[in-house]
Design a protein around this ligand. Structure first.
Ligand SMILES: *Cc1c(COP(=O)(O)O)cnc(C)c1O
Length: 343
């Protein structure tokens, strides 16, 4: 409860419910928006599997949209051609804590009466035109998984901006019962009132999370420092056209979730990853596009359908990025990258 109110205040959100993961929050969202086997959902292929699973689980048809070359977020210019009478929701994923073009996505959603469900797993405490990510769609989701900015091992949150969905969300999260209303003293017995599941986090993890949330600014300052170091040390390589670094549009305030580099092609990506691995540096690629995965192919997608997604997936490298990462290590990582490109 204390985590929830702290976040509601901090992010100016009308209602936030803690969940046991962002995956759970996405599943609740699909429930809440009445996604079923006659619905179509528009989402990027360049994302984590949970973004898609939540909707596939409800039987929805997934309409994957390609991403923009600059922010690596869903390309809002490609959404309208995908719309059909069955379209129910758009799911913007704010990659690396940098917002999608929400003005345009909101315009399209409003015009076509679609839900927006923001996957802000990576975007906690980041902003778009002074609005916090996760608070713009009918629903938004956060992750507190150990790989994210603010952590409690496993955890997440559902941000409910459409007030008409609050009561149903509480019921779904509480195994289909009205236990939340019971605890508030609004009813004298609690019972089974809808379909639901178990999406509550444990109090112990919530207590851990509370300490993280109290230190949001300190954690963010540290991450800003790491990000800035990488940026300064690697910018000379961009001038030589060897690689590209993250792009943050003017209207976006990042939360410094990750630092990635984009190299020329898959060959360079593979050999640089190996070069770093041989020197004990754990850098990783990001993601196998969902549309070329075995499940994506079983849904009728093929390589070649989303060219930007495929190109980015074959050229992106995520550099190590965690709170304790010190300047010396950052210097060593960037020197190894420079060595790789100078030979
Ligand atoms: C991490 C992540 C998730 C899943 O978060 P969990 O809390 O681990 O369930 C979903 N979507 C995106 C974009 C993510 O990065």
């Amino acid at each position: 409860m204390r985590c929830q109110s702290l976040m509601e205040q901090r992010f100016s959100a009308s209602k936030i419910l803690l969940t046991n993961s962002c995956t759970s929050a996405l599943e609740i969202s699909a429930f809440l928006c009445d996604i079923d086997n006659e619905s179509e959902v528009i989402l990027p292929s360049y994302t984590f599997v949970s973004t898609a699973n939540a909707f596939l689980m409800r039987g929805a048809k997934l309409r994957f949209v390609d991403i923009r070359e600059d922010t690596l977020n869903m390309d809002e210019r490609l959404i309208e051609p995908l719309l059909t009478p069955a379209s129910k929701a758009i799911v913007p994923v704010h990659y690396a804590g940098i917002s999608c073009n929400m003005d345009e996505i909101e315009r399209i959603a409003k015009k076509n009466q679609l839900h927006i469900i923001e996957d802000a797993a990576q975007g906690v405490n980041a902003q778009y035109k002074s609005r916090f990510l996760g608070t713009m769609g009918s629903l938004g989701t956060f992750s507190f998984h150990e790989t994210k900015n603010f952590i409690c091992g496993e955890g997440g949150a559902l941000i409910i901006n459409d007030k008409t969905l609050i009561e149903k969300a509480e019921i779904i999260r509480e195994k289909g019962t009205n236990r939340s209303q019971f605890f508030r003293g609004e009813i004298d017995k609690y019972t089974w009132v809808d379909v639901g599941s178990s999406y509550l986090p444990s109090d112990i993890l919530a207590a851990f999370l509370y300490a993280q949330l109290e230190n949001i600014d300190r954690i963010t300052a540290r991450r800003r420092h790491i990000y800035t170091q990488y940026l300064e040390l690697l910018t000379p390589l961009t001038e030589r056209g060897i690689l590209r670094l993250p792009y943050v549009p003017d209207e976006c305030t990042t939360n410094y979730h990750m630092f990635y580099i984009l190299v020329k092609n898959e060959g360079v990506q593979k050999s640089l990853l190996q070069h770093l691995k041989d020197r004990g540096i754990h850098a990783v690629f990001h993601y196998v596009p969902l549309h070329t995965s075995p499940i994506g192919q079983s849904l009728g997608y093929r390589a070649g359908m989303l060219p930007v997604t495929e190109r980015v997936s074959a050229s992106l490298i995520r550099l190590p990025f965690y709170y304790e990462l010190d300047d010396k290590t950052i210097l060593r990582i960037t020197s190894e990258i420079k060595t790789f490109f100078s030979t």
